[in-house]
Design a protein around this ligand. Structure first.
Ligand code: IMP
Ligand code: MG
Length: 369
C-alpha cells in the first residue's frame, strides 16, 4: 500500500503485466505499418514512460514527438482541455500513431482529433496503454488498447495524483476504503477488556463490534441472519462461521466511514481469523493487530473474587470456576496468538496497573500501528 498526499493506493498492475501489454501493442502496431517511418506522438505528461518503453521495443525506424495537454484536477477528469504545447512540426502525409497513457472519458482524445483535423496526415491511429471503457463517452475509434481497467482512479507508470506517483514503475489503484485501524481485542476474564474498549473507541473514533452484542441484536430484531443463527442454536448446533461473518460484514458496512473497528469475541478459531482477514480484504482493508491484555492468573483470581463479593455473580464467587475460565481462555486463544504472531501482528499489553496506566499502554500500541 502507498500514500500520495492524503490518499491511499493499493498495488494493481505489476511491472511485468505492463511490460507484456506494451510489447503486445508494439507488435500490433509494427504489424500494421508497412514500409513507412511512423511518427509516434506522445501525449504529455502522462505518456512519457509508456512512449519511452514503447519506442525502445519498436523494431523499426520511427520518429517521436510530443504534444502536451492537461485536463485532470485531483482525481476527476474535467471537460476543459488545455493545450499547453501543440504540434511543432509538419506531419502532412505521415502515418501518425498517438501514444496515450490512459483514455478515460475521451475528452482529451477529442481535443487530439481537433488538433489533427487540418494536418492532412496520411493516417491517424490511436494507441492507449490503459482504457476505462465504462467511462468512455466518445465515438472515436481506439485502434490499439493495452489494458482495460475499471472506472477507478489509478496512479503510477506516468499517471499522477496531483503531481505525485508518475515515477512508480507499477500501477496502483485508489483504495475504496481509506485507511482504517482495525484490531481484535483479547483479554482473559477480569482483564478489563470492556472498560478499555470503551476508552479506545472514544479516543480513536473506532466502532466496537462485540460479537455477542451483534448476535443478540440480530436475534432480538429478527433479522434474516438472526433467524438463521437462531435456527442452529435452537437445534443445539454451532452457528456456522459464514453466518457470523455475514453479520460482521453488515456491521462493517453500516459503519463504512469509521476510522476502524475493534473486534471483540471474534475470531475464536484459525478458520474464523482467516475469514475475518478475507472480509477486511474485500473492503480494501486489513486487521492490523491482535491486542491482548496480559494479566497474571493470581491477579485475575483476586480481581474476580473481589468483583464477586459485590456483584453477586455466581461464576465470580468460586475460585475453581474462575481458574477454569482463565484456563479455557488460554487454551482457546493460544492458537490465535500463533496465527497473528506468524504475521507479526500480536501485541501483548501488560494489563496490571491502574485503568489509566493500561489505557496509556494500549494507546502507545495503537499509535504505532
Ligand atoms: P480523459 O480526457 O477523460 O479521457 O482523460 C484523459 C487524461 O486524464 C489522461 O491523459 C490522464 O492524464 C488523466 N487520467 C484519466 N484517468 C486517470 C487515472 O485514473 N489516473 C490518473 N490520471 C488519469
Ligand atoms: Mg494523458
Amino acid at each position: 500500500m502507498i500514500k500520495l498526499h492524503d490518499l491511499y493506493f493499493k498495488p494493481f498492475i505489476s511491472e511485468k503485466e505492463i511490460d507484456t501489454a506494451v510489447q503486445r501493442l508494439v507488435d500490433e502496431v509494427a504489424n500494421d505499418i508497412n514500409d513507412e517511418i511512423p511518427v509516434f506522438v506522445g501525449v504529455l505528461n502522462g505518456s512519457f514512460m509508456f512512449v519511452s518503453d514503447f519506442v525502445k521495443k519498436y523494431p523499426n525506424p520511427c520518429e517521436v514527438t510530443f504534444i502536451k495537454l492537461a485536463s485532470y484536477e485531483g482525481v476527476k477528469s474535467t471537460e476543459d482541455i488545455e493545450r499547453l504545447i501543440g504540434l511543432t512540426q509538419d506531419l502532412s502525409g505521415r502515418t501518425v500513431v498517438i501514444l496515450e497513457d490512459i483514455i478515460d472519458t475521451g475528452n482529451t482524445l477529442e481535443e487530439i482529433h481537433r488538433i489533427f483535423k487540418n494536418e492532412n496526415v496520411k493516417e491517424l491511429k490511436i494507441a492507449t496503454l490503459f482504457h476505462k471503457p465504462e467511462a468512455y463517452k466518445k465515438d472515436f475509434k481506439l485502434h490499439y488498447i493495452g489494458i482495460n481497467v475499471p472506472k477507478k482512479f489509478i496512479v503510477g507508470y506516468g499517471l499522477d495524483y496531483d503531481g505525485l506517483g508518475r515515477d512508480l514503475p507499477e500501477v496502483y489503484q485508489l483504495k475504496t476504503t481509506q485507511h482504517m485501524t482495525n484490531f481484535v481485542l483479547f483479554g482473559p476474564p477480569g482483564a478489563g477488556k470492556g472498560t478499555q474498549a470503551d476508552f479506545l473507541k472514544e479516543t480513536y473514533n473506532l466502532v466496537h463490534i462485540s460479537t455477542g452484542d451483534v448476535f443478540r441484536y440480530n436475534i432480538k430484531n429478527e433479522t434474516a441472519l438472526g433467524m438463521l443463527a437462531k435456527s442452529f442454536m435452537d437445534k443445539g448446533e454451532l452457528v456456522p462461521d459464514q453466518v457470523t461473518i455475514d453479520m460482521l460484514n453488515s456491521e462493517v458496512e453500516k459503519n463504512a466511514g469509521a476510522n476502524g473497528f475493534i473486534f471483540d469475541g471474534f475470531p475464536r478459531t484459525t478458520a474464523q481469523a482467516k475469514a475475518l482477514d478475507e472480509l477486511m480484504e474485500s473492503k480494501d482493508s486489513q486487521i492490523d493487530a491482535m491486542i491482548a491484555l496480559e494479566v497474571d492468573d493470581e491477579v485475575l483470581v483476586e480481581r474476580l473474587l473481589g468483583r464477586g463479593k459485590t456483584s453477586g455473580r455466581p461464576d465470580d464467587a468460586d475460585e475453581q470456576i474462575i481458574r477454569n475460565r482463565i484456563n479455557e481462555y488460554y487454551k482457546k486463544t493460544a492458537i490465535l496468538k500463533d496465527y497473528y504472531m506468524a504475521q507479526d501482528k500480536y501485541c501483548g499489553v501488560d494489563g496490571v496497573g491502574s485503568i489509566s496506566e493500561i489505557t496509556e499502554r494500549l494507546n502507545k500500541v495503537i499509535d504505532a500501528l
